[in-house]
Design a protein around this ligand. Structure first.
Ligand code: ADP
Ligand code: MG
Length: 711
């Protein structure tokens, strides 16, 4: 059992665990081996020397520790909504405790009238302070177990708690594990246990703890200072290794993957630029086009991410780069996530290149067989220059003659796999531009897109007026309707958007239809015309309704979030978002971006019910306060955490054990800079001193899924 596989030992072999608890540890926390347990880090620490008085408890406090007694219990609700309450008292006052789960078990395991030490986080509910799911330990037991001043707190679950594996129970397991490792930990002959995974140069440069020390101290911190060091070291690891991986993948690609060389900027581009372009490019657009051109001429395959807020003019940049591709004798493709969006891009691009002798076609799931056949023929013989479409583009029979450049709009809707199918359509990979209008906080971008080059359009076309955003409660609906009428009377058009969340689909459709009816009543024909678009309509019907709105035959467009991405109707200047509290920030921002595209003053009106959670309130306030997509993205990240943000799922970020992309942005910078430096000095990581890094990366790739996201 010795040797490297010690940490692979099934957790059931750990003293006091046994098969039943092992099963639970696995199903509840994914802990199945000694190693899993060892790397299950505390999420906070309680200073055991510090006790609070009940009278000093406030909802903003972090974790607190109090001494006192339970005076009585109460149960409310029944079935799944049953709750257990208890009153906890010290000489200064009393506070409510509350449990939403494990009611029976908690009730049976606690007694009134005896002294406890309570640890928990106070919150306020309806103005009353309480402590949900506190940890309680008999004072006598607490005092009998003298311990480090900083007591680690581990996440546990209700099920585990019923088997004695609350935070303290897990801590006990940790102690057992370490006592088993103890003889080996500091034995110079045992090199395989918690080996170093960074080079000694790096450790010296950064003055960080060794891996081994960090792992020990994170569980059993001697004092606050060394705890901070342990956290720093482990966070650095979390952030450093993905960076090494991504950056070296990027290096390899740029060395080994050839790209088409677009050496000229020819007729198509020039005629368009000098004769067709209806406005001046912004400086940001010019800069980005230059960056892309440099890539295209380099002989290496481009993989570039283009970030720009909604309406910043990304599509135009994409088009101009397609023209360069065509100038060099290559075809271009643009892939977008929805049919409506494909239609929209198709129309606007066709319009823009009119008179340039460029063949543009549209391919979606609803392209008719006959048309499709002809289209594919023209694609294969090279007559077709630009193909725009949905994921229909990556279906098998679609063969390009020579695809040189691919634009992927709103990429987070496409899986990595789907994308790679496009690349494989050619022997030399096409240049790839991924466009995203969802602003990504810098830290997140570095982690998710660390292997891509990035360009940012950070400037809006001139003459745009900032959108005015207002927040109304549902009770102000009459005011809303009269505002809509006022805007319509001066020639504007209005979107009214309803949420459509999959799990409550039926209800949502009912809301949408009820809303539609009430709008029809308030805006009667023939003075008003109202369009409706939702996911249950056929795509012909959707297109028809969209068309009517685009042609200004209708003044109001009632829709579910299908219009979220990309739709461009400059005359629409009012965006009403119903049940706005149900949308996330980035979605709200996307929706708002549908207006404010023309020269007129635009408005976004967020309708919500009167009762809002604190978080929803903050979302509304953020929207009202700012139009800056990056600021919104940062707030979004803070509110939701990175796990929920678009694109994070496949990024390997969930492998992070302790780093937090919101709080640890600086460590991330350092990790990235360190990775760059090491790779600059030793691109293949073949030096003796980088051996630990390579060995660790190999270990990681054994347990992790595929990291290579692109190509
Ligand atoms: P994005 O794709 O970034 O959301 P679009 O490319 O759809 O933005 O552009 C939004 C609108 O702004 C379009 O109507 C487009 O024609 C217009 N536009 C783009 N660039 C400029 C510019 N430099 N000056 C004026 N209008 C522009
Ligand atoms: Mg767009």
């Amino acid at each position: 059992m010795m040797q490297t596989n010690f940490l692979d030992t099934p957790i059931s072999y750990l003293k006091t665990v046994g098969p039943q608890r092992a099963q639970l540890l696995k199903s509840e926390l994914h802990l199945s081996s000694f190693g899993d347990l060892l790397y299950y880090f505390p999420f906070r620490y309680v200073d055991r020397s510090k006790f609070y008085m009940v009278k000093d408890i406030e909802p903003e406090l972090p974790y607190v520790q109090i001494k006192g007694k339970i005076t009585h219990f109460g149960v409310a609700g029944s079935g799944r909504s049953q709750r257990l309450m208890a009153t906890f008292k010290d000489e200064t006052g009393s506070v409510e405790l509350i449990w939403f789960q494990g009611v029976q078990w908690v009730r049976n395991s606690l007694k009134t009238g005896v002294d406890y030490v309570l640890q928990g986080r106070p919150t306020a509910f309806n103005g009353v302070i309480n402590i949900p799911h506190p940890d309680l330990e008999l004072l006598s037991l607490y005092e009998a177990s003298p311990d480090t001043a900083l007591q680690p707190i581990y996440n546990s679950t209700e099920k585990l708690k019923t088997k004695g594996l609350d935070s303290k129970g897990i801590y006990k397991l940790m102690k057992i594990l370490f006592s088993q490792m103890e003889p080996m930990l500091f034995n110079k002959d045992v090199m395989w246990l918690l080996p170093e995974n960074l080079s000694s140069e790096l450790i010296e440069d950064l003055r960080i703890l060794s891996h081994k020390q960090a792992v020990i101290q994170i569980h059993f911190p001697k004092d606050l200072q060394i705890l901070k060091k342990a956290e720093f070291r482990l966070k650095f690891e979390d952030l450093f290794f993905p960076q090494v991986r991504m950056l070296s993948a990027k290096n390899n690609r740029s060395q080994s993957v050839r790209g088409h060389i677009f050496s000229t900027v020819g007729q198509y581009f020039n005629v368009f630029y000098h004769e067709k372009l209806p406005f001046q490019l912004t400086n940001a657009q010019k800069r980005v086009i230059k960056e892309i051109r440099a890539d295209m001429g380099s002989g290496k395959q481009m993989n570039r991410l283009l970030q720009g807020d909604v309406g910043s003019g990304k599509t135009l940049v994409a088009l101009m780069c397609m023209l360069i591709s065509i100038d060099n004798g290559f075809q271009s493709a643009m892939m977008v996530p929805t049919e409506i969006l494909a239609n929209q891009h198709y129309k606007s691009i066709k319009e823009l290149v009119e008179g340039l002798d460029i063949q543009v076609r549209l391919l979606t799931g609803s392209t008719k067989t006959r048309e499709r056949r002809e289209l594919l023929e023209h694609l294969a013989d090279g007559r077709l220059h630009i193909l725009i479409g949905t994921h229909a583009l990556i279906e098998d029979p679609v063969k390009f003659r020579n695809l040189g450049f691919v634009v992927i709009d709103e990429q987070h809707r496409f899986g990595v796999e789907q994308r790679s199918k496009l690349w494989n359509k050619n022997t030399i990979l096409p240049h790839v531009l991924i466009m995203t209008a969802t602003p990504i906080p810098r830290t997140l971008a570095m982690t998710i897109y660390g292997d891509l080059d990035t360009s940012v359009i950070d400037e809006m076309p001139p003459g745009r007026k900032p959108i005015h955003t207002r927040h109304y409660f549902d009770s102000a609906r009459l005011k809303l309707f009269s505002f809509m009428k006022e805007q319509i009377s001066i020639g504007r058009q209005v979107y009214v958007v309803y949420p459509l969340i999959e799990e409550s689909e039926k209800m949502d459709y009912k809301d949408l239809m009820d809303g539609y009816e009430s709008i029809l009543r308030a805006f009667p024909r023939p003075a008003y015309q109202v369009s409706i678009v939702h996911g249950r309509m056929s795509s012909q019907d959707k297109d028809y309704e969209m068309e009517r709105f685009v042609r200004k035959e209708t003044q109001i467009m009632v829709a579910t979030t299908v219009i979220e991405v990309g739709v461009n109707v400059p005359n629409a200047s009012v965006m009403v978002i119903e049940s706005a509290e149900r949308f996330g920030l980035s979605q709200l921002h996307q929706l708002r971006g549908r207006v404010g595209r023309g020269a007129e003053q635009s408005f976004c009106i967020l309708m919500t019910s009167y009762k809002l959670s604190a978080e929803a309130k903050l979302r509304m306030e953020t929207m009202v306060r700012t139009n800056d997509g990056f600021e919104i993205a940062d707030t979004d990240l803070k509110l939701r955490g990175p796990g929920d943000m678009a694109g994070t799922r496949q990024s390997g970020m969930e492998g992070m054990k302790i780093a937090d992309l919101v709080k640890d942005a600086q460590i991330l910078q350092l990790a990235r800079a360190s990775a760059m430096r090491i790779l600059a000095e030793d691109p293949s990581l073949s030096s003796e001193s980088n051996r630990p890094i390579v060995r660790f990366l190999q270990e990681l790739s054994k347990e992790k899924t595929n990291w290579s996201r692109i190509s």
